[in-house]
Design a protein around this ligand. Structure first.
Ligand code: MN
Length: 415
């Protein structure tokens, strides 16, 4: 008799509608977009530390930063380039000759040239016409190609721009030699189905060979939209460790990689068992705490406390876990507290070869529940108070700012 599988896998039923690129090339933005997150600043040494682990994990392209920003930033990009990593090092530039020059001087082999595409950006931010944007883009792409760089062309706010302009712009830069085209959902307004339509339309009009998406998480859809893009055949997803990035961040590296591997069975070639280590490193260096319930790398991702769940997982991990924690370099945790049940205690006592009677077990359970409740709350409250003070007002205080205004010699007239 044929045995039934323990769980059904319906992804197979939709496999025909997916066209994954081979290979998928991961482009990490932690050191650029991730650093643009309020309160985050990486020193050159810190950028090298993160880039080294990213490269060891198998990320193929690392955006090290925008060298024209400051001498410190240029030094950081040079330091990452000088680290001799296996990953390709990319640096970013606006469509301004000085920006492109700064990337050329940084030694990076790859450049991302970016300009905005939507009408609101052109009219209010750039104060440029579509033709001016096109001319500046072509000039920058040619400048970078002449210097021998691999050129990615990026528009900000692509998915809110007129499609005819997007088509004209991308077709032209491709003819001018751009190697890779990047479509950005800069303010995170796409949904998987709309994005699928958009990218298929983009492919039909522009015929990209090597293309990327840059998805933001304003509506919590960055990873879902990035997966959609990969299903359509996009080759090079932009990702950030821990989903760092402007506002609500970018698509999280670990979530995109592990979703591909575990849900679709794609071999990305990345060493997923080092993703937790990478996540902790970026948490520490960025100072941005990972949410306890963050997918895969959150503190609770593989923890069980509730009696029913613990009992299930102890009987078979597939009951309440979609993948083994070891896949991302972690271990399962059984939490002892208010929701603990008998099965967890029996299992825990086994660690020291202890067997006991039911009345004593129930007495122990009562004590564990009480103890867990008392402990968690008090500690967490005082921690949260400190956390809020730090995160509700990142950066300088108003008082510090006005002090600096005075120190800089700027006179403020009395109002
Ligand atoms: Mn961005």
């Amino acid at each position: 008799m044929e045995e039934r599988p323990l769980v059904e896998n319906y992804h197979a039923a939709t496999a025909a509608s997916r066209r994954f690129a081979e290979p998928i090339v991961f482009w990490d933005e932690t050191l650029r977009d991730g650093e643009q997150m309020p309160g985050v600043h990486f020193s050159p040494e810190e950028k090298v530390r993160i880039a080294t682990v990213l490269s060891d994990v198998g990320v193929q392209v690392i955006d090290a930063g925008i060298p024209v920003v400051s001498p410190d930033e240029a030094a950081a990009v040079r330091a990452v380039v000088g680290a001799g990593l296996r990953a390709k090092i990319l640096a970013s530039a606006r469509t301004v000759p000085g920006d492109v020059d700064a990337v050329i001087r940084s030694g990076a082999s790859h450049i991302a040239i970016f300009v905005a595409a939507s009408e609101v950006h052109l009219r209010y931010k750039l104060k440029m016409t579509q033709d001016q944007v096109l001319q500046a883009s072509l000039a920058s792409v040619r400048q970078a190609k002449e210097a021998g760089l691999h050129v990615a062309f990026v528009t900000e706010d692509t998915v809110r721009a007129p499609f005819d302009f997007v088509e004209r712009l991308y077709t032209s830069v491709m003819e001018a030699g751009a190697d890779r085209l990047v479509v950005s959902d800069t303010v995170g307004i796409m949904t998987p189905l709309t994005f699928r339509w958009y990218l298929e339309e983009f492919a039909r009009r522009v015929h990209p060979v090597d293309w990327s998406v840059h998805c933001h998480n304003d509506f919590g859809l960055a990873v879902a939209n990035t997966l959609t893009a990969l299903e359509v055949g996009v080759t090079t997803p932009h990702v950030c460790v821990n989903g760092l990035g402007e506002r609500s961040g970018n698509a999280s590296l670990e979530e995109v990689v592990v979703a591909l591997e575990s849900l679709y069975g794609i071999r990305t070639g990345l060493r997923t068992e080092r993703l937790y280590e990478l996540s902790r490193l970026v948490e520490e260096v960025s100072g941005i705490p990972v949410a306890a319930n963050k997918a895969l790398v959150g503190y609770n991702s593989f923890s069980h406390e509730a009696g029913i769940h613990t009992h299930g997982v102890l009987a078979h991990t597939l009951t309440y876990e979609p993948l083994q924690p070891e896949v991302v370099g972690r271990h399962r945790q059984m939490i002892l507290g208010k929701h603990t049940g008998k099965a967890a205690l029996v299992e825990k006592l086994k660690e020291r070869g202890v067997a006991t009677t039911d009345p004593l077990l129930l007495e122990l359970l009562r004590r564990v529940k009480e103890g867990g409740e008392a402990r968690g709350k008090g500690q967490l409250r005082s921690f949260l108070e400190e956390y809020r003070t730090l995160f509700e007002h990142p950066g300088l205080t108003d008082a510090e700012f006005w002090q600096m205004v005075g120190d800089a010699g700027i006179r403020v007239e009395a109002q």
